[in-house]
Design a protein around this ligand. Structure first.
Ligand code: TXA
Ligand code: MG
Length: 309
């Protein structure tokens, strides 16, 4: 612990205990948080985001022991938790404690999504609060996720009693969501923990489970107001180009002038928001490699472009 003032974390933890909502910084994106056991507070999250109630939330906890209090972990789950927590991985496992994470937070499912965030200030809030905190991305439903405190304030700040400004999010795309159910491991949402990294820990992933996906992936997502075209090599009139790699488009708008996937992920939602503010006829995005972190970037971009699936 540093001698930094912990007032914001303490105020956030108190607000959670009082049944209020908070803006929670994480390494991926900002979340809109509430006490997972408080159905009224959880309902306020769905209301503020305009989120359909069939779409369950992720429970955030301070450490792996906290995760095992609410979820039943098998060997695969333990190995993954050990390898990637704290960090941008969410595990969907059978629910153990249905009170600690209320029905509405789980959308009535028998499974629960849990994660230990990599951001130290998020873990401090969780530690001070003591229970599980559900936190979807702090955007209104269907909009790009916020990766700065200001963007989070602009999206759902009206609904939050407290907030912790943890700076710009280092990762920039939401956590990788993996289900560990019935002895099988499947990728439900690609993220910055890559398929390759998961397979190095648990072996080949179960492709069958991907059909099941996450309920939240049935809806249009991440879309700015301007229409988005991806894999673009020639521009239409009035389009603003988000480039990738050396010499592609205006460097001011590039996702990564050097062609670095981590940098592109960190810039992705911020650039989409900034581009949108220019009110272009459309937003065009250069081709981005599909391997590694490129899987998550292409996933978010194809949703922003309206390809649901
Ligand atoms: O990085 C992140 O995960 C961020 C930060 C704030 O932690 N949170 C986030 O939450 O992205 P949200 O609500 O935007 O996305 C949660 C995803 C949704 O696609 C949801 O359907 C899925 O997780 N999910 C939650 N519980 C699930 C369950 N029991 N089974 C399958 N999918 C589940
Ligand atoms: Mg979201």
């Amino acid at each position: 612990m540093t001698d930094r003032d912990h007032g914001a974390e303490e105020a956030a933890a108190r607000a959670l205990a009082d049944g209020k909502l908070i803006l929670l910084p994480t390494e991926t994106v900002y979340g809109l948080g509430a006490d997972a056991s408080n159905a009224k507070a959880v309902a306020a999250i769905f209301e503020a985001k305009g989120r359909p109630r069939f779409n369950p939330l992720i429970s955030h906890v301070a450490d792996a022991a906290g995760a095992e209090r609410i979820a039943l972990f098998d060997d695969h789950a333990r190995k993954l938790a050990e390898a990637f927590w704290p960090g941008p991985l969410t595990l969907v496992a059978p629910v153990r404690d249905r009170q600690a994470v209320c029905d509405l937070a789980r959308a009535g499912l028998d499974s629960v999504a849990v994660r230990v965030p990599g951001h130290a200030r998020a873990r401090e809030v969780l530690d001070l609060f003591g229970g599980a905190v559900v936190a979807p991305s702090a955007n209104r439903s269907g909009r790009p996720s916020p990766t700065t405190f200001q963007d989070a304030m602009d999206e759902t700040g009206f609904a939050a009693a407290e907030g912790v400004d943890g700076g710009p999010c280092a990762v920039g795309v939401e956590s990788t969501v993996v289900s560990v159910l019935g002895g099988k491991v499947s990728l439900l949402r690609p993220g910055s923990v890559t398929r390759e990294e998961l397979e190095a820990v648990v072996g080949p992933l179960d492709a069958g489970g991907e059909g099941h996906r996450s309920p939240g992936r049935l809806t249009l997502h991440y879309a700015p107001d301007a229409p988005v075209r991806i894999n673009v090599t020639s521009l239409h009139k009035g389009e603003l180009l988000l480039g990738f790699g050396p010499g592609v488009g205006d460097a001011r708008w590039s996702l990564s002038p050097t062609g670095d996937l981590r940098e592109a992920a960190a810039n992705l939602f911020r650039r989409l928001r900034e581009a949108d503010r220019e009110k272009p006829a459309g937003i065009a995005v250069s081709p981005i490699p599909k391997a590694g972190l490129g899987e998550a970037i292409n996933d978010r971009l194809s949703r922003a472009a309206g390809h649901i699936g």
